[in-house]
Design a protein around this ligand. Structure first.
Ligand code: ADP
Ligand code: ASP
Ligand code: MG
Length: 410
């Protein structure tokens, strides 16, 4: 029996800003040891310090324009090793037992899709042994090992997922995601100063918000938390105030919407004058799917003179490849032209409340009209409405929509 079974097992994750320099590392060590002093077992997951991951990507770019994903993973995983070892040293220096572990030492077995690996399993035996010896265990987030013994990383923002995976594998009592804001807000609080902090949010709404651009939590981490029913608390490492609880069912009366999100990682392709006959959509999208390109918002015109136009969006880093596929397709079927535009953004509202209330989309469109912002595409689901607009309009659009749903004088 592990000793931690008598007390609480807490997983705490600290993002890049929270460990960016010696002073912030000391602050984190304080939070961690405060919890340890209360007889809790503590597993800490850390991200790389500050902008380290971006800096490492730049270093690779100085060497080659085409680094292999395997070597990129080898490089990027080093960032988390720096912060984990520094934090462990700092805790030891304060007089408490601590040990840092890499992702693979901590038992993270992943797929071999370098730079966007999926966690296949976590074998936390080593973490358990260290905890049984009363140590605070500091784990490098964002990384694991494939079955070929190669170092992998989980994709940007992946440390959140590392934390949730440990919490699931070890049946932790609490999983706290410490960051540089006080929780999940109705919009990015750095862009919309009057955004409100949510006390609670459901997994489904958080998953949509995260997928639609609210990077406060990585969307895969929310997916995993929902799957294993791990309650998350998103809170600040700077202030000691309660954060936002992410869980299955929220007690609060359903708000109309829970937030506004922006994503600028979007590119739009449009193909004009495609022959109007069966199979055209299938042929084009199956070619994109074969190259692992996800298509998001799709718009097809009613058609005239035996032809139709179609426009759709993809992630920007897939834009050039998608364009090439569309140009070949256009040539083959005799379509007129292919147009590419990545000067666009996707702005979305998310809320379980819109399922039972009419007029939510209209209210969003009115906010855009008030600011004379042109909508280029629209997509909806039960709990979200997204619009594609010009990138230059995106911040204004988020503020206007937020103001419409959460007026300042309320
Ligand atoms: P960390 O390094 O701790 O993982 P991130 O930078 O990944 O932190 O995520 C935190 C940031 O997410 C905040 O600084 C904030 O600017 C941004 N953010 C975007 N949308 C939201 C939102 N709805 N609520 C809170 N923060 C948000
Ligand atoms: N350091 C990685 C990144 O910058 C992982 C993370 O921060 O979660 O994306
Ligand atoms: Mg993050």
């Amino acid at each position: 029996m592990g000793v931690y079974e008598k007390m609480s097992l807490i997983v705490m994750k600290f993002g890049g800003t929270s460990v960016k320099d010696a002073e912030r590392v000391r602050n984190v060590a304080g939070i961690v040891t405060d919890s340890y002093k209360k007889d809790n077992s503590v597993v800490v997951v850390v991200s790389a310090q500050g902008d380290t991951t971006d800096d490492l990507i730049e270093k690779a770019a100085e060497i080659t324009a085409h680094p292999t994903n395997r070597e990129m993973d080898m490089l990027l995983a080093s960032g988390e090793q720096i912060s984990a070892s520094l934090l462990a040293m700092c805790i030891q220096d304060m007089g408490y037992p601590a040990i840092s572990l890499t992702g693979w030492q901590a038992g993270f077995l992943t797929s071999s899709a370098h730079s966007s690996a999926r966690i296949r399993n976590v074998y936390p035996d080593r973490i358990r042994r260290e905890i049984d010896q009363k140590k605070i265990v500091v784990v490098c987030g964002f990384q694991g090992v494939s079955r070929y013994d190669d170092i992998t990383t989980l994709g940007r923002g992946g440390s959140d997922t590392s934390a949730v995976a440990i919490a699931a594998a070890m049946h932790a009592d609490l999983c706290q995601i410490y960051t540089d804001v006080e929780g999940v807000f109705t919009a990015d609080p750095r862009k919309v100063p009057n955004a409100k902090k949510l006390d609670e949010i459901s997994y489904d709404e958080m998953l949509e918000l995260a997928t639609l651009g609210a990077q406060v939590l990585n969307n895969r981490s929310v997916e995993m938390a929902k799957k294993y029913n791990i309650e998350l608390e998103v809170l600040s490492s700077y202030t000691k105030v309660p954060g936002t609880i992410v869980k299955e069912k929220v007690k609060m009366e359903k708000m109309l919407i829970s937030g506004v999100a922006k994503d600028t990682d979007v590119a739009r392709l449009s193909i004009t004058c495609i022959p109007d006959r069966p199979g055209m959509v299938f042929k084009r999208f199956s070619k994109l799917a074969a190259r692992n390109i996800n298509v998001d918002v799709i718009l097809q015109s009613v058609g005239r003179d035996g032809t139709k136009d179609i426009a759709f969006t993809v992630a920007q880093n897939k834009g050039a490849e998608a364009k090439e596929i569309c140009e070949k397709f256009a040539d083959t079927v005799g379509a007129e032209s292919v147009d590419y535009d990545d000067d666009i953004a996707k702005v979305s509202i998310v809320g379980a409340g819109m399922e039972s209330h009419a007029g939510v989309a209209a209210k969003m469109f009115e906010a855009l009209y008030d600011k004379q912002i042109n909508i280029r595409m629209i997509s909806t689901s039960e709990i979200k409405v997204s619009v594609i607009i010009n990138k230059d309009d995106a911040d204004r659009a988020v503020s206007a929509i937020h103001e419409k749903f959460f007026p300042t004088d309320n």
